[in-house]
Design a binder for this molecule. Structure first.
Ligand SMILES: O=C(O)C(=O)C[C@H](O)[C@@H](O)CO
Length: 255
């Protein structure tokens, strides 16, 4: 058994637009459904979804069966959280609220084994190596992991060039909701000043040769972001889609 190739990282680094869905149900059954739906990736959200590592495992297993690459967003920029999800077998990690290059570098180091980083050795005990089946995991893992950091504050806007230039950061994901709140426009990601900041973050990330990402639930904006250079494009959330569909059906049949 070989270290699995991170096909999502390969596609993103090749500049291929990859559409994905946020998973916040916390269940393997929804992960299985989303994994078989046809998205390029599915993100298990540990920040805003009820997803502990015990909840993440069955979702990773369901996505592995579907063949859809998994991404895990950890709740906070903590090295121990990175270690847990990588050892679970996740290869692409999204880290929220990265404000400067120092934070980005800490996460880049947590993602990789020495000498590039300080990820603890122990995957031989874990699902990432098939519990010791993958012989060369320690040699191959650094190349296959993918770190996406979130720029979603005024500090991140000021520091975007240093964040994007950080070695070991593969991409920068813009968080419109948190960015708008930090700019003083909560729940107004479409505010002109927020839009300007979003465009700046995307442009500087692309200029640095890194993967640019964002999420929007507005289907009319997918092409716009793609034209700006976004390749890691979130297009919705599982529970929002389900809630909308349920309420729509109920509304059509209610007396
Ligand atoms: O700040 C944001 O926007 C994000 O980080 C994405 C959100 O968490 C996502 O759930 C959509 O609102």
């Amino acid at each position: 058994m070989q270290t699995p190739e991170n096909i999502l990282k390969k596609a993103l680094l090749a500049g291929q637009l990859q559409h994905g869905i946020w998973l916040t149900s916390g269940t393997g059954i929804l992960a299985e459904m989303a994994g078989n739906a046809g998205f390029d990736w599915c993100l298990i959200d540990g920040e805003h979804g009820p997803n502990t590592v015990s909840d993440i495992l069955p979702q990773l297993q369901a996505l592995a069966v579907s063949g859809t690459p998994a991404v895990v967003r950890i709740p906070n920029a903590e090295a121990w959280m990175v270690k847990q999800v990588l050892d679970l077998g996740c290869q692409t990690v999204l880290v929220p609220m990265i404000d400067d290059a120092g934070m980005a570098q800490d996460m880049a180091r947590a993602m990789r084994y020495p000498p590039q980083g300080n990820r603890g050795m122990g995957a031989v005990l874990a699902r990432a190596t098939g519990f010791g089946t993958v012989a060369d995991y320690a040699q191959d893992a650094n190349e296959q992991v993918c770190l996406l950091v979130q720029a979603e504050s005024t500090a991140a806007v000021a520091n975007i060039d240093a964040i994007a230039a950080t070695e070991g950061v593969d991409g920068v994901f813009v968080g419109p909701a948190d960015l708008s709140a930090d700019m003083g426009y909560p729940d107004q990601p479409d505010h002109p000043e927020v839009e300007q900041a979003i465009d700046h973050l995307i442009a500087r990330t692309v200029a640095a040769g890194k993967v640019a990402g964002i999420i929007t639930f507005d289907e009319t904006r997918f092409d716009e972001y793609a034209k700006k250079g976004v390749t890691f494009l979130g297009v919705g959330g599982d529970m929002v889609v389900l809630n909308t569909a349920l309420r729509g059906l109920a509304g059509r049949v209610s007396r």
